[in-house]
Ligand binder design. Structure first.
Ligand SMILES: *Cc1c(COP(=O)(O)O)cnc(C)c1O
Length: 395
């Protein structure tokens, strides 16, 4: 099938990324010749097992972790659920969970279900953010309680790119003996992470957000952290996650982590410069446009901009005519007309929240692409505003 990927200007990398060609190359033998089961006794399977251990070391390297701390899962969502549910089973007497108002649905909806399921009467504190999308550390400190079983706070927000001080928060949790989980799906590969220098107990990442395939993830579990598996079954992953390994994808994820380590600098210089050029250009040429999220405490690739008095969905449709891919709200919440929970938590005014567009770049974007988007966007917004009952020409 030809899906036209050679034509698209892809600025939706927080939704998913293209698989790096080097990753496809690394995976190929495991989709063809090397089909042995890594758990088998024979040499043919054992070779696959060794390749998985190499991938585990590559992931560990990117995180500054030990290979034994890496558990392969099926996705970021599974990693999030595993960490939170493990902590709740470790401390069944502790019924309190701390999280934020701006988590990805993978954490948000799990935490909401905890307060609803009969027999699972948990108390969930959902921390507020300010207009910049930042957390208040005093409220965080006050929320820590003797019966808190787990704190789950994302490292970087998928909609705005805003970065939370999770290392500082994990240190405070450690002092109180509370387990700390971070959903780092958007942070890994975009900012440096060194698990040897912090007190985070669990960390989630997902393959398809860093140029590996969809359907593979990792849960980092710090050595010595009590752990209850989510999937019980075979002894795979040292008994921490049953089920025959998704071998090819795991190999791909290992290679992707190696590449991410090598491109981290490019991400934080060239990609950031492209993002800044795009952002400054849009904000300066389009009236009544504004940035959502703190301007500095942010991932280098993400820009979330509101164009007041127009609908995000309509903007995306017009961008689509030029094959420009971006998002309004998050992919998981679009389809409903409610502004995203992240925009609402930040108190973005209704007329602006509806017209918010997330541009998320990657190492594969070019300056020509940024220039083309800067060329097309002003007319797209101006034309839509002519149709808007809320927009007055002289504004
Ligand atoms: C994409 C994403 C997830 C979910 O990962 P999947 O592998 O798609 O399940 C979780 N958290 C954040 C912040 C994400 O961006």
């Amino acid at each position: 099938m030809n899906c036209g990927s050679d034509k698209v200007i892809y600025m939706d990398n927080n939704a998913t990324t293209r698989i790096a060609p080097e990753v496809v190359d690394a995976m190929m033998p495991f989709l063809t010749d090397c089909y042995g089961n890594p758990s088998s006794m024979h040499t043919f399977g054992g070779m696959v097992g060794r390749a998985i251990e190499q991938a585990r070391a590559q992931v560990a390297d990117l995180l500054g972790a030990d290979p034994e701390e890496i558990v392969f899962t099926s996705c970021g969502t599974e990693s999030d659920s595993t960490a939170i549910l493990s902590a709740l089973q470790t401390y069944p007497e502790n019924r309190h969970v701390i999280t934020t108002r701006v988590e990805h649905p993978a954490v948000k909806n799990l935490c909401e279900s905890l307060t609803q399921l009969t027999g699972h009467k948990h108390r969930v504190t959902r921390l507020m953010v300010d207009a910049d999308g930042l957390l208040d550390m005093d409220s965080y400190k006050k929320a820590l309680s003797d019966d808190t079983a787990i704190i789950s706070i994302m490292w970087a927000n998928n909609e705005t790119g805003v970065i939370f001080p999770v290392e500082e928060m994990a240190a405070m949790a450690r002092e109180r003996g509370i387990l700390f989980h971070t959903d780092a799906v958007q942070a890994v590969g975009k900012i440096p992470i060194n698990m040897r220098e912090n007190n985070i107990d669990f960390l989630s990442l997902s393959g398809h957000k860093l140029h590996a395939p969809k359907g593979v993830g990792v849960l980092y579990v710090r050595k010595g952290t009590p752990f209850v598996p989510f999937l019980n079954g075979g002894h795979q992953e040292r008994g921490r996650r049953g089920g025959t390994e998704n071998v090819a994808s795991i190999i791909g994820l290992g290679r992707a982590c190696e590449l991410a380590g090598q491109s981290l600098e490019d991400e934080n210089t060239r990609v950031k410069a492209l993002r800044d050029k795009l952002e400054k250009g849009l904000l300066s040429t389009i009236p009544k446009s504004m940035l959502n999220g703190h301007p500095e405490k942010r991932l280098p690739n993400t820009s979330n901009i509101s164009f007041e008095f127009v609908e995000g969905e309509a903007i995306l449709l017009h961008m689509d005519r030029y094959n420009i891919c971006a998002s309004s709200g998050s992919a998981c919440t679009s389809g409903s007309l409610e502004p995203s929970h992240v925009m609402r938590a930040m108190g973005v005014p209704f007329t602006a929240a509806h017209g918010s567009i997330r541009f998320s770049l990657s190492i594969y974007n070019t300056e020509e692409e940024v220039d083309l988007v800067l060329d097309k966007m002003p007319a797209i917004i101006a034309n839509l505003r002519k149709l808007s009952p809320f927009w007055k020409e002289d504004e």
